[in-house]
Design a protein around this ligand. Structure first.
Ligand code: PBG
Length: 324
């Protein structure tokens, strides 16, 4: 019956027709750009594992944010690289730390830019785990207090959105209560709801100097093999008051992006993580792939899977290319 009545190739014959029937598009306003910030001024230090990305000081972070804003990227996600670490990760809520300083610098320069603060202990703990230790394990409930303090600290600096990435149980509720009690009831939480353990974050950990000193993150981040568990994590974060859900990593979790889209009505975000970026950059440098087209196809696949928003290291390069 179908053929020869139905010939799908009819709608693919010309570029104009293909444009008319195209279902998904990426726009600069879909993108959020991660930025690594440290103390100091005038810093713009290339990150070896992430070509095209830099460790920035608050002033140069504001310059980078302006470059993003000028090509239509509305948001940055800040990650801190502190000068000092300790066992309790106290730097995570230091009002003079790199993240609060960068928030202030960016908001001073660009009041309308959305500044999102990744909220986690791993960049601030001497042992590199995402929370406070009790012996060799991360103490969940003790870590919740740290996360609440960090969230308030970033909100006080002017952060627009708090993005907890630690994977402690109950953190969204704890951060919500902390923010509300400090007068920040209107600061949204973008939760890394379904975040998997594994090898995907290696280039990031080089950049942020946050590799765990012993063990791994498998007692708090999820097992890559699990799909239903990811849905339970998302449902729990929705109940606790999350305003956005993030699925992470991205390319390897497109099934979960689709699940999230169908099951929840919140804005769905996907994190196109460091190893996904590094693989494209490395193959591009070797001349083995058409890098620009791979980036285009990567980003639109997130939209096709159902994501509203994409956290990606490609943001500036991609948006600049669209701007011509
Ligand atoms: C902090 C955090 C990590 C990433 C985002 N937030 C590292 C980790 O969980 O080890 C990874 C992002 C990337 O790989 O691009 N917990």
């Amino acid at each position: 019956m179908a053929f020869p009545i139905h010939r799908p190739r009819r709608l693919r014959q010309t570029a104009t027709l293909r444009t008319m029937v195209r279902e998904n598009f990426v726009a600069p306003h879909d993108l959020m750009a991660p930025l690594f910030v440290q103390l100091g001024s005038g810093v713009r230090q290339p990150i070896g594992t992430l070509p095209g990305q830099f460790r920035l000081s608050p002033d140069t972070a504001a310059v980078e944010a302006r470059a993003l804003w000028e090509v239509g990227v509305p948001a940055v996600v800040l990650f801190g690289i502190p000068d000092h670490k300790d066992a309790e990760g106290t730097g995570a809520y230091d009002a003079d730390g790199p993240v609060p300083r960068a928030v202030r610098a960016i908001k001073d320069a660009l009041p309308d830019m959305v500044v999102i603060c990744d909220t986690c202990a791993c960049e601030y703990t001497s042992h590199g785990h995402c929370g406070i230790l009790d012996g060799q394990t991360v103490d969940n409930d003790a870590t919740l207090e740290l996360l609440g303090r960090a969230a308030i600290c970033y909100a006080q600096a002017g952060a627009d959105i708090i993005a907890p990435s630690d994977m402690m149980d109950g953190r969204v509720g704890a951060i919500r209560r902390a923010l509300d009690s400090a007068g920040f009831a209107l600061v949204p939480i973008m939760s890394y709801a379904a975040k998997f353990a594994g090898a995907f974050y290696g280039p990031f950990r080089e950049a942020a100097n946050s590799t765990p000193a012993f063990g791994d993150r498998r007692t708090y981040q999820m097992d890559v093999a699990n799909r239903r568990e990811a849905l339970r994590e998302m449902a729990q974060d929705v109940e606790e008051g999350a305003d956005f859900l993030i699925v992470k990593p991205g390319l390897f979790c497109l099934d979960l992006v689709r699940d999230a889209r169908e099951r929840f009505d919140l804005p769905i975000c996907v994190y196109n993580v460091s190893s996904e970026y590094a693989m494209i950059k490395a193959a591009g440098q070797l001349g083995w792939i058409d890098e620009a087209r791979l980036i285009d196809e990567t980003l639109v696949s997130f939209k096709r899977a159902g994501a509203d928003l994409i956290i990606t290291y490609h943001a500036l390069e991609w948006a600049r290319r669209q701007a011509g």
